[in-house]
Design a protein around this ligand. Structure first.
Ligand code: NDP
Ligand code: MG
Length: 383
């Protein structure tokens, strides 16, 4: 039986992955991790019986021990070291990285070093450390299987086309809940408005990222690493209903697309069972009902998330980390109700302009830059 570790099992991707695993019943769950949602983790432990679990800190580990004292033989760990252990030191063949944020970088690197295939949802990891992760995966002969719906779509469009050069990636975007709004209107949008994504139900951080278009920026950078294309070879296309999940144009002008109803279980399942296509319950596209698919261009002036990302990617070095860490920090403050929507952009801009740039971006530089960015934004007066 194939074995899997699920990092971030209590989140949006994590719970959907466990529902896929439950449905097919032929994957052994070796490890589960979360930060603090112990009641859901406890249920998952009782159902899937992992050998290792990891939680955010020691206090949570003690509490979990109290809750599941009757399950002997299961290892409970916590924090950074614990996450690395859950990712790299179990018998899993495949690790699903469904934690949110740069905290995923180190466990992912350790899992690859241990020879495990990666089903990658955690985009912040590739954005900041893709230049380390992709060559390492190649060297170790491990697969990086994309879970992000757009990247899964691109990956599906590449099947059978090995050896054919990608002319262009057409990365689709819904545009988020604020597409069409002016900057003036954005001054008044609230957290509640930002959390209402038109098509997808996701974790809070990525939902806010979708409303700023930073998510699409992160995805553009993620795609450069996954598919070895340049920034210029990626075009973002607004497709408000999220029916086309992305497309690849080849040298002969052929455009391959992957379509489907917006359901993350499909890309999750494809990554877990690649290259097999197993059955999946749920709605199907009905073109008699759909009638039309419309397209638009992104408004990069009003929503600069995408242009910040491109700028960070062009500059290289530690700039994608500054961009990503500043966004993680700003979105955290926005979710706490401490800054306005437009201040997310101000914080990112200010960090990209002021945190020291380094050409070098080895792992320690990335982690140092993350801390420097947080430190800078904690002290900066961004209004
Ligand atoms: P959620 O916020 O729903 O879940 C995050 C998971 O990570 C939870 O299990 C959470 O634990 C855990 N976690 C959060 N912070 C930490 C931390 N500091 N240390 C350890 N564990 C932590 O996120 P999503 O599932 O929405 O997203 C996960 C990743 O997948 C993100 O990188 C996102 O960009 C990407 N992604 C998500 C999509 C989606 O549809 N949701 C689509 C495409 C990509 P706890 O519950 O205990 O807090
Ligand atoms: Mg996506």
């Amino acid at each position: 039986m194939r074995k899997i570790a699920v990092l971030g099992s209590t989140g949006s991707i994590g719970t959907q992955a466990l529902s896929v695993i439950r449905e097919h019943g032929d994957l052994q769950v070796e490890a589960l991790t979360c930060r603090g949602n112990l009641s859901l983790l406890e249920e998952q432990i009782r159902e899937f019986r992992p050998k290792t679990v990891c939680v955010g800190d020691e206090k949570a580990a003690m509490e979990l021990k109290g809750r599941i004292g009757d399950l002997s033989g299961m290892k409970i760990c916590f924090g950074r070291e614990g996450l690395i252990e859950a990712a790299a030191e179990t018998d899993a063949d495949l690790v699903l990285t469904a934690i949110v944020g740069m905290v995923g970088v180190e466990p992912t690197i350790h899992a690859i070093e241990a020879g495990k295939d990666i089903a990658l949802a955690n985009k912040e990891t590739l954005v900041t450390a893709g230049h380390i992760i992709m060559p390492l995966a190649k060297e170790k002969g491990v697969k990086i299987l994309p879970v992000d719906s757009e990247h899964s779509a691109i990956f599906q469009c590449l099947q059978g086309n090995e050896g054919n050069r990608i002319k262009k990636i057409l990365l689709t975007a819904s545009g988020g809940p604020f597409f069409g709004k002016t900057r003036k209107e954005l001054e008044r949008v609230t957290l509640e408005d930002a959390l209402k994504h038109p098509n997808w139900s996701m974790g809070k951080k990525i939902t806010v990222d979708s409303s700023t278009m930073v998510n699409k920026g992160l995805e553009v950078l993620e795609a450069t690493h996954l598919f070895g294309v340049t920034l210029r070879e990626i075009q973002v296309v607004i497709q408000p209903k999220s029916i086309i999940h992305s497309m690849v144009e080849y040298e002969d002008g052929a455009v391959m697309a992957q379509l489907g109803t917006p359901d993350m279980r499909l890309p999750i399942q494809y990554a877990l069972y690649y290259p097999a296509r197993l059955s999946l319950s749920g709605d199907r596209l009905d073109f008699r009902v759909l009638k039309e698919i419309t397209f638009d261009e992104p408004d990069e002036e009003t929503f600069p998330g995408l242009s910040f990302a491109r700028e960070a990617g062009e500059k290289g070095g530690n700039m994608p980390t500054i961009f990503n860490a500043a966004n993680e920090y700003a979105v955290g403050r926005f979710l706490e109700g401490r800054i306005s929507f437009l201040q997310i952009y101000e914080m990112i801009r200010s960090a990209m302009d002021n945190v020291p740039f380094k050409n070098e971006a080895a792992l320690n530089d990335i982690l140092e830059t993350e801390q420097e960015t947080y430190e800078y934004l904690r002290n900066a007066k961004v209004s």
